[in-house]
Write a protein that binds this ligand. Structure first.
Ligand code: ZN
Length: 310
């Protein structure tokens, strides 16, 4: 009987995360190997530099050898994906209300081109970690949102259904709407899961990321733990469109809240050109707390319909 509580969640301050991140050497990768055969599970942090949730999860798993002492089978790779953007974020972005400028160094690491050729920081980094991604059987990529939001799950097509504590909303169809492949698509063999854990710098999001990570490993059989298989129905939103403004003159007609209902016919945005009108009753997914994107030409929000519960 282990005296350790498998799912004890730790509270970190931003300074804790910053200190940890700025000390990471070499490849930004931590490998914990049970020495026994089993799944090879990747837990990925900071695909976006301004999203600390995954780093909190990694710190929780590494603290006092918590994971190493409990791992029964298989191997876990903890990877800080966009290490340089994260370092810049911790060095430079403290106290900033908008941190989108620290999302990446040269290009969005979560919009992967067909060929990883090029000298941007992110493409070099992807080439560096690609062999590790390709060794994974399961991958969990931890993200957060700029606006407060209920946690959300996105999973790859080949991924079996798993439950995640505190996550009651699933997004379908989003991968097809992205302007580029998501990073988890590089983990070719792996069943892929992305959890949007809440807003970027909310300590509750950081705790949720830890809970989700422990639970993921327990549910995949890598460690003993009180896997609470939730019976709750997932509320499912089917994303049908990413909103990309035609040019930099456009802005929303108002700030939107997460999951806000957008009736058919509503004018979503205006600019020099045709207004953007909502074509069918929809819900706003991952809106930003601003009227126009920081990075013009990026997906500013997503439009979804809600699936009726069975
Ligand atoms: Zn993200």
């Amino acid at each position: 009987m282990s005296k350790l509580k498998p799912f004890s969640l730790l509270s970190f301050s931003r300074q804790d995360l910053a200190r940890f991140c700025l000390q990471i050497e070499s490849e930004g990768l931590f490998e914990i190997d049970s020495g026994k055969p089993g799944p090879v599970v990747g837990i990925l942090a900071h695909t976006h530099g301004n999203e600390p949730v995954g780093l909190a999860a990694i710190m929780g798993l590494l603290a006092e050898n918590a994971l190493a002492d409990r791992l029964k089978v298989g191997k876990v790779l903890l990877i800080v994906n966009n290490l340089e953007a994260a370092r810049r974020f911790y060095r430079e972005a403290e106290g900033q209300t908008t941190t989108a400028a620290w999302r990446f160094v040269d290009q969005d690491m979560n919009r992967v081109p067909e060929v990883l050729a090029g000298e941007s920081y992110e493409l070099q980094r992807l080439r560096q970690v690609l062999p590790y991604y390709q060794s994974l059987t399961h991958v969990l990529d931890l993200h957060s949102t700029s606006a407060p939001s209920e946690p959300m799950l996105i999973q790859s097509e080949n991924a079996p259904d798993l439950s995640f504590p505190g996550v009651s909303i699933q997004l379908q169809g989003i991968i097809a709407c992205l302007r580029g492949k998501p990073l988890i698509s590089l983990c070719k063999q792996a069943a892929g899961y992305v959890v949007e854990c809440g807003s970027h710098e909310n300590p509750e999001s950081w705790r949720l990321a830890q809970a989700v990570s422990w639970h993921f490993l327990a549910e995949l059989g890598l460690l003993d733990g009180p896997v609470v298989l939730s019976e709750q129905d997932l509320e499912t939103y089917e994303i049908y469109q990413a909103v990309v403004f035609p040019n930099a003159s456009y802005q929303l007609t108002k700030i939107l809240e997460s999951y806000e209902f957008l009736p058919q016919g509503m004018v979503l945005a205006r600019g020099e050109g045709e207004p953007l009108v909502i074509k069918q009753d929809s819900y706003a997914i991952m809106p930003s707390p601003r009227l126009r994107p920081v990075h013009s030409g990026s997906e500013f929000l997503f439009l979804a319909t809600r699936k009726e519960r069975l």
